[in-house]
Design a protein around this ligand. Structure first.
Ligand code: PEP
Ligand code: MG
Length: 324
C-alpha cells in the first residue's frame, strides 16, 4: 500500500469527475516539516503554534519564536503555511501560565478569548510572525472565533502589529492573508459581512463536532455516539459551504476527519475543495479521491438523507464497496 501512495505522491487529488481537491498537512513542530516534501502536501493547512509553547518550560521569547517561524517558512520553500495563533486553554494548558480553575475548560477561557483579553502574548506572536516572514508571504489564522467582533478585534491587533513594524522600519510580509477557524456553530450563522471580510475559513471539525453534538471530544463514551457522517452534521457543514460559495470565501476543513478516506470523500462530495490532515493520511485520502465520482457520491448521500437515515455511512460504505 505504501508503494501505491508513493506512486501518486506528486500527482493531484483529482476525482474521476475532474475536480481537484487541495490536500494540505497539519503540523506544529519542526520535526513535522520534512513531511511537507515526503507526503506530497500542497502546503501546511494548519500549523498549531501552541505545540512549541507546550514543549517548553518557560514562555518563549519573541526572538526565539521569530527564528523558529522563519525556519518553518524556509523549510516550506514557498509553499503556503497557515499559522494558527496560540490555541491554549481547554485541553492545552501551558505549564508556565497560571492555571485558571474553570468548571468547563472546553467552554472556557481559551484560544482567541485569551488572546483578546490579555493581548500581550498574541501581540508578541504576531510580531514574531511578521519578522519571520521578512518580506515573504504570511498567512495567519485565528482559532476559536465565535463571533464577528472577535475576528475584527483580532484583525485589528494584526493591523496594529503591522503598523508597529512599519514604523520600526522592518520589512513587512510580501502578502498577508488573515483567516479564522470555524469551530463553533455560532460562526456558521455570523453576519454576511463576516464572510465577506474574512480572507479564508477553515473548519475545525474536532471542535465543531464537539459543540454541534454537545459531546466532549475527549470523552470516548459520548464522542463515539455521534457520527461525523450524521445527516444533521453533514447538512450543517453543507450550509457553511454554501455561505462560503455565496461570498467567495475560500474554505478548508482541518479536523481529524479530513484524514479519514471515507469522511474525506463525503466532505468533498458536499463541496469542500481543500482538506488538511496529518501527513500520513494524504496518500490514503488521495487514493480514495482519485477513484471517486463526486456527483454520484453526493446522490448517495442525498438519497440516504431523504430516506431519513441517521447517518449516511452505511449507504456510503455500500456504494464504495460496489465501486471496488
Ligand atoms: C479542530 O478543532 O478541528 C482543530 C483542527 O483544532 P484542534 O484539534 O487543535 O483543536
Ligand atoms: Mg480546535
Amino acid at each position: 500500500a505504501q508503494e501505491r501512495y508513493t506512486s501518486i505522491r506528486d500527482i493531484a487529488a483529482e476525482t474521476l469527475c475532474g475536480t481537484t481537491i487541495g490536500l494540505h498537512m497539519n503540523a506544529g513542530l519542526m520535526a513535522d516539516l520534512p513531511s511537507l516534501e515526503n507526503s506530497g502536501a500542497e502546503g501546511v493547512g494548519l500549523f498549531r503554534t501552541e505545540l512549541q509553547f507546550l514543549v517548553r518550560n518557560q514562555m518563549p521569547k519573541r526572538s526565539e519564536l521569530s527564528a523558529l517561524y522563519a525556519r518553518v517558512l524556509d523549510a516550506a520553500q514557498g509553499k503556503r503555511v497557515v499559522f494558527r495563533t496560540l490555541d491554549i486553554g481547554s485541553d492545552k494548558v501551558l505549564p508556565y501560565m497560571k492555571p485558571n480553575d474553570e468548571p468547563n475548560p472546553a467552554l472556557g477561557w481559551r484560544a482567541i478569548r485569551v488572546g483578546l483579553d490579555k493581548p500581550g502574548v498574541m501581540r508578541m506572536q504576531l510580531q514574531a510572525l511578521i519578522r519571520a516572514a521578512h518580506g515573504r508571504p504570511l498567512t495567519i489564522m485565528f482559532p476559536f472565533v465565535a463571533q464577528y467582533e472577535e475576528y475584527t478585534a483580532a484583525k485589528a491587533e494584526m493591523d496594529k502589529a503591522l503598523d508597529r513594524e512599519r514604523i520600526l522600519g522592518h520589512p513587512l510580509p510580501e502578502t498577508l492573508e488573515v483567516g479564522a477557524m470555524l469551530e463553533t456553530p455560532s460562526l456558521a450563522f455570523a453576519p454576511t459581512k463576516f464572510y465577506e471580510e474574512v480572507q479564508f475559513l477553515s473548519i475545525g471539525g474536532n471542535d465543531l463536532k464537539q459543540f454541534f453534538f454537545a459531546a466532549d471530544r475527549e470523552n470516548e463514551r459520548v464522542r463515539k455516539r455521534y457520527d461525523t457522517l450524521n445527516v444533521s452534521f453533514l447538512t450543517f457543514l453543507e450550509s457553511i459551504v454554501a455561505r462560503c460559495e455565496a461570498t467567495n470565501t475560500p474554505l478548508s476543513f482541518c479536523g481529524e476527519d479530513a484524514g479519514r478516506p471515507v469522511e474525506a470523500a463525503c466532505l468533498a462530495a458536499i463541496g469542500l475543495r481543500a482538506l488538511s490532515m496529518r501527513p500520513a493520511s494524504i496518500g490514503p485520502v488521495k487514493h480514495m479521491l482519485r477513484q471517486l465520482d463526486l456527483g454520484a457520491l453526493r446522490a448517495v448521500i442525498y438519497d440516504a438523507r431523504d430516506r431519513g437515515e441517521q447517518s449516511v455511512r452505511p449507504a456510503v460504505m455500500e456504494y464504495l464497496r460496489t465501486q471496488g
